[in-house]
Every structure is written in C-alpha cells, then in structure tokens.
Design a protein around this ligand. Sequence first.
Ligand code: LHQ
Length: 261
Amino acid sequence: MTRSNSVLSSFEDGILTLTLNRPDKLNAFNGEMHMAFRKGLERATEDDAVRVVLLTGAGRGFCAGADLSDRDSGAARDLGQLLDTTYNPNIRLIRALEKPVVCAVNGVAAGAGANIALACDIVIAARSARFIQAFAKIGLVPDAGGSWILPRIIGEPRAKALAMTAEPLGAETAAEWGLIWKAVEDTALMDEARTLAQSLATGPTLGLGMTKRLIHAAGTNSLEQQLEMEIACQRIAGFSADYAEGVSAFLEKRKATFRGQ
Ligand code: LHQ
C-alpha cells in the first residue's frame, strides 16, 4: 500500500485499488487529491501489470465533489481553468484507459464526486449510497462530464430534473434507471466489487479494452462506422493469444487462463 495524503493506492493480482481518502470531508477533492488521483490513473494507463482499476472511498462517503472549504475551489476565481487542469484530465484518463474501471460507491456521491463515479465503466453502489447533482444548490452547472453522461444514460428529462433540483437519487433507483450497474447490501459492497474486479483482472484485457473503445465510439458513430470499427477490433482480437487460449479452453472443457494479450 502506498500512501499519498489523500488517495490510497494498492496493487494486487492485477487490480490497482484507488481509495479516495479525506473521510472527514466525505472525500471532497482538493488540489493535492486531484494530483494523487491523476498519478494513480497514469500508472493504470502505463503499467501493463494493471489490468483493472477499482475506485472507492474511505469512510462513510464516496466523494462530495469539490472541497468547498478549499481556497482553490472558492468563489471569484476562474473555475473553468480549475476544471481544465484538475477534473477534466482525470475524467479523460478514466474514459481513455483501455482497461475496466470498477467503481464501488460506498456512500454519498455529490457534485463532481457523482460524475467521477459515472465516468467509470462498471458502477456498484451500496444501497445506502446517494447520487446528488449538487451543483444547482451552489449556483454552478454540472461538471466532470456530468452534463454529457447524464442525458446519454438516463435521457434529458431525468438528467434535467436531477441537475436542476439537486435531489438525491438513491442507489436502487439509480440502478433501476440504468445510471449504474447495481445496488447491493452495504455490507456486501466491497466483496462484490473485489470479486468483479478479480474476474475482470483475469479476463482478456485486450478484448475488454477494445470493447470499451467500441461502446464509447457508438455514441457518435453511424451503424456503418461502427460495423467497420468492429471489423478492425475483431481482427486484432482474433490474432490475440487470449482468443487462441479461449477457444482451446472451450474445446478442452477447461477454464481459460487469459494473460491479457
Ligand atoms: C465538505 C464537503 C465539500 C468541503 C461535505 N467540501 N467539506 C466545484 C467548485 C470548483 C470547481 C469545480 O468543480 C466543482 C464541482 C463540484 O463538485 S460542485 C459540488 C460541491 N459539492 C457539494 O456541493 C456537496 C456539499 N456537501 C453536501 O451537500 C453534504 O455534505 C452531502 C449531501 C454530500 C452529505 O451530507 P451529510 O451526510 O449530511 O454530511 P455533512 O454535510 O454533515 O458532511 C460531513 C462533513 O463533510 C462536514 O464537515 P464537519 O466538519 O461539519 O463534520 C462537511 O462540511 C464536510 N463536507 N462535503 N464538498
């Protein structure tokens, strides 16, 4: 386990676990935490041994967005510039990473904290967790990619209502709406998330990464473009060691051992 002041990072069996760690502020982001988070995401990008990222929060919250008591997030400064240099690079890293990012939302996820969770690939939340587009309460607009992802996954009517009212959305409703993968008992959250991460970390990483790329591209591609992209990706997947292993394992009626190549 390595320790920055605000993001714990541990690596085991292909899983890089990043734990947001400012529990007395419900893991709200300050400048140091943005940089520590970015370091973790950059490691995930560069290190082939990392096959999955598991993101969660320490204490009773997942993340309360920007630390409103921090002078960097306060009023009367250029918040556009702040987004440009802090949240946005990290959202881009999560989305561009060609490896699964699992998010275990252990408690309240508010403001940019909610939208960081939603930028991840598979989101599991504790039943008691809430998602809050808190921005309207303080006169801001949804950021950290929220205004982009919300209408895409839950449609304009629900996206607008959540963003304009800042009403908390419970984990079970979030799952019913398709905002997240599932809600589980609070006590089962970390076991479920780790089991999922373990299964993904022993999966065909190359293929999983291209699956993520394809699904992202589908948001803007035509069917024709998407069919072409599937050809290109399947061509690469078809020559991979993991495909050869997957087919052999099927024919030999044994469990495949994927190396992520
Ligand atoms: C906090 C925070 C927090 C500091 C709880 N900051 N201390 C914004 C600005 C700049 C740049 C660009 O991006 C952004 C994006 C954003 O994220 S804007 C949205 C910022 N976040 C919020 O507006 C959420 C503020 N927090 C809340 O509304 C509540 O704390 C929630 C609903 C998250 C949780 O409520 P409770 O469960 O009742 O907990 P609490 O309010 O009692 O909070 C516990 C402690 O955490 C408390 O400190 P204290 O010393 O009194 O125990 C809070 O002050 C602190 N805390 N959020 N964002």
